[in-house]
Design a protein around this ligand. Structure first.
Ligand code: NDP
Length: 418
């Protein structure tokens, strides 16, 4: 594999050629990699060792009304049924007046971790006393955020062990997600602490546990709206509340409950150019904030209504990272008619609650597979080689036979072709 030596220094065309020289891909395959590389210059700007663009489908979730404003929500996902479920949950909530959200602050927290500390309590007191000076050092490292009305807001000192202290810095990052600006500030604070307190530093880095960047969505749905053909609204509402209780009690269920909440949120984060790994990490840590991992949403029947609530740490950006450079992200901001990071937080948390409502309602009534089936059968049909014209007949043959495994799909396709 000597062709990969100094791979990152090679021009794009040479980098592709190596794949053929090393007998990993054929010339035809190289041509197909080139053909799907949407914007190689941009790709090379964004990541290292770029070879091509990997595309995912983008669709629109509909029916969202959040704080009285209507939205169409672009979602990028490879998973069938996410967008249908999202639109379905949002529709129910819209019929009941839409989502209401609240958000109080948008501060990002970063850590300077001090190691080999000798007298932790004494040092912690000294650092806390030096708060004003430390905030000034942080602000001097990124003056432009101060001009924008943001900047370092407070420090917090946590003794983690007899020899380890975390000096936490909270920063108002305005419209950015803030990872890079925070890391710059933290490194400046670390230098100051190293020099002025003769203290060893282990690391300086943003924390993705964004507990000062919380946003909440609420909704209140009349029970009658939840009725299905088989079940009265009240019964459905009670079962949804019971499913919510289950996710508070059982980690196996809570994990899946929260995965469902993130299905739609991740799709919006990708569409809006955000770092979904950062949000995922913070959200799951938040789900375990009292020591047990729990469901993030809460549903309860109150009088004649089902009331839902979801609070999440959502450190999203409206500017920064890849947001300003990917043309499709700009277009998605326009589709959302997005004006700020705060608004994106509110959209994301509402999407999470809608997704959760749709999933729980399906789970406690007809089950999840019925709604999932059609698109999944379509993927199955494509995977066994069905051509466009064969999709519809093959899907209905699979539906009538009540099967969805690839052997049956291959057999039915062969029968269709006879
Ligand atoms: P950038 O480094 O792109 O910084 C955003 C910049 O936008 C600011 O520095 C500021 O520069 C400019 N800006 C313009 N208008 C505004 C405004 N109204 N409010 C705030 N800033 C504004 O991005 P981030 O610092 O947000 O970092 C996000 C990136 O960091 C993501 O790509 C993420 O993946 C990555 N990352 C994540 C980590 C993690 O999650 N642990 C760790 C490291 C990186 P100026 O003021 O100079 O104009």
């Amino acid at each position: 594999m000597s062709g990969f030596k100094k791979y990152y220094q090679k021009p794009w065309a040479d980098r592709l050629q190596v794949l053929q020289t090393e007998q990993l891909l054929t010339a035809d395959q190289l041509a197909s990699l080139k053909a799907v590389a949407v914007n190689p210059k941009l790709g090379e700007t964004m990541i290292e060792n770029f070879i091509t663009s990997y595309s995912l489908p983008e669709g629109l979730a509909l029916n969202y009304m959040i704080d009285g404003k209507d939205y169409v929500v672009p979602m990028v996902t490879e998973e069938p049924s996410v967008i249908a479920a999202s639109s379905n949950g949002a529709k129910l909530v819209k019929q009941a007046g839409g989502f209401k959200t609240n958000l109080t602050e948008r501060l990002m927290i970063g850590q300077v971790v001090l190691e080999n500390v000798v007298a932790p309590t004494e040092l912690a007191t000294k650092l806390k006393k030096a708060e004003e000076q430390l905030l000034q050092v942080a602000n001097a490292a990124h003056p432009s955020i101060v001009k924008r009305g943001g900047g370092a807001r407070f420090i917090r000192v946590r003794i983690l062990a007899a020899d380890l202290i975390s000096l936490d810095l909270a920063v108002d990052v305005k419209q950015a997600m803030g990872a890079n600006m925070l890391n710059t500030m933290l490194e400046a604070v670390a230098d100051y602490v190293r020099t002025n307190y003769q203290q060893e530093i282990l690391m300086s880095i943003l924390s993705n546990y964004a507990t000062s960047c919380l946003v909440t969505a609420h909704c209140q749905i009349p029970l009658a709206l939840l009725a299905t053909k088989q079940l009265a609204g009240k019964e459905v509402g009670q079962k949804i509340a019971q499913a919510s209780r289950l996710a508070q009690l059982d980690v196996y269920r809570a994990t899946t409950h929260n995965k469902g909440i993130m299905n739609g949120i991740d799709a919006v984060l990708i569409a809006s150019g955000n770092d979904w790994r950062a949000v995922e990490a913070g959200v799951h840590a938040y789900a375990a904030r009292d020591g047990q991992y729990r469901g993030l949403s809460e549903w309860q029947v109150v009088g004649d209504n089902l009331e839902g609530k979801l609070t999440l740490p959502l450190p999203v950006g409206f500017v920064g990272g890849s947001i300003g450079i990917v043309p499709l992200v700009k277009l998605n901001h326009q589709l959302l008619q997005l004006e700020s990071a705060e608004e994106l937080e509110k959209i994301c948390v509402s999407v999470g609650l809608a997704q959760n409502l749709a999933a729980l309602r399906a789970l406690v009534t007809e089950g999840i597979q019925k709604g999932h089936m059609h698109l999944q059968l379509k993927s199955l049909a494509v995977s066994v080689g069905a051509k466009q014209a064969e999709l519809a007949p093959l899907i209905s043959a699979l539906e009538s036979a009540g099967v969805r495994d690839s052997n049956s799909a291959k057999r039915l396709l062969a029968e269709l072709r006879r």
